[in-house]
Write a protein that binds this ligand. Structure first.
Ligand SMILES: Nc1ncnc2c1ncn2[C@@H]1O[C@H](COP(=O)(O)OP(=O)(O)OP(=O)(O)O)[C@@H](O)[C@H]1O
Ligand SMILES: [Mg+2]
Length: 280
């Protein structure tokens, strides 16, 4: 891994991002992810270098860092999504609520049901209606009970704050919705199989401020029930929406702390330089 070369931070200036009241993690609660000495390579190229971190359950954890530092790679490793890229290799341990995620006993399909994902670019299935998009995961799991499907459809669309906008035209194509609605549809699709964790990779980067604030409100609601891990380039969004923040740089985890602390009083000069917008 190359050495970091960034400007030293100023001593007096502090980031001027709004920092909300965050939930502190109860010491009694076991983490959603317990990750130890985790590294990942694409062929010969190392993208993650010895990451050790405990991601708390039923909290929002933000992943920040400059482009190419490994945020998406890390997120994809949390549900074994990188395995669809040939030539990837991992080392280290990654546990989800105590279960070894890469253990031979766990089927990747089960892992992805337990750990749902929403991508930067919303990706409803183009030939499917709104309803079919939400229910596709359940149908693939063989569920046919109409009453059950209807109930899960409404629940998932309510949870993703889309129900009121679409309840009268559930048969319309998913792609007929606006960009922000499509992103909430993808969130509903991910929630319909009742995952334990929701991963979001820059879910608002293609959205306008209003759609972004809807997704941020939604994230606040989701953390009542789910563990959320969100990658964002938007410092305000990380500060507003998350309880914990992890700063990645050059494939390494540089700092991980309560969001308020990391933004106002970071321990590492590289973190401070980044949150102050001095590089990245
Ligand atoms: N499929 C792939 N094959 C080979 N190298 C890859 C692949 N995906 C990512 N990488 C490399 O791994 C490193 C980390 O990439 P990653 O996409 O995780 O960064 P990121 O922090 O999400 O960046 P961004 O903010 O631009 O989305 C980069 O050097 C990238 O070139
Ligand atoms: Mg990325």
């Amino acid at each position: 891994m190359p050495e970091a070369s960034i400007a030293p931070p100023p001593t007096s200036t502090r980031p001027s991002v709004p920092v909300p009241a965050q939930r502190s993690s109860g010491p009694e609660e076991s983490p959603a992810f317990e990750i130890r000495d985790f590294s990942l390579w694409y062929g010969a190229r190392q993208a993650l270098d010895n990451i050790t971190i405990k991601i708390p359950a039923r909290r929002v954890t933000a992943i920040i860092g400059p482009s190419g530092c490994g945020k998406s790679t890390f997120l994809r490793a949390l549900n074994r999504m990188h395995e669809v890229t040939p030539g990837t290799r991992i080392k280290g341990s990654l546990k989800l609520f105590g279960d070894d995620l890469y253990g031979s006993g766990l089927d990747p399909a089960i892992v992805r049901r337990r750990v749902g994902m929403v991508f930067q670019k919303s990706n409803p299935f183009p030939t499917m209606s709104i309803e079919e998009n939400v229910l596709v995961g359940l149908r693939l799991n063989g569920i046919r009970d109409r009453a059950f499907l209807n109930q899960r459809l409404e629940e998932s669309l309510r949870l993703s704050a889309l129900w009121e906008e679409v309840k009268d035209h559930l048969r319309r194509p998913g792609v007929s919705l606006s960009g922000g609605q499509q992103q909430r549809l993808c969130i509903a699709r991910a929630l319909a199989v009742q995952p334990e964790v929701l991963l979001m990779d820059e879910p608002c980067s293609a959205l306008d401020p209003l759609a972004t604030s809807k997704i941020e409100e939604l994230i606040q609601l989701l953390r009542e029930k789910f563990t959320v891990v969100i990658v964002t380039h938007n410092m305000q969004q990380a500060a507003r929406s998350s309880d914990k923040t992890a700063f990645f740089y050059l494939g390494r985890l540089i700092e991980f702390d309560d969001t308020g602390k990391l933004f106002t009083n970071p321990a590492n000069p590289q973190t401070e330089a980044y949150v102050l917008g001095r590089f990245g």
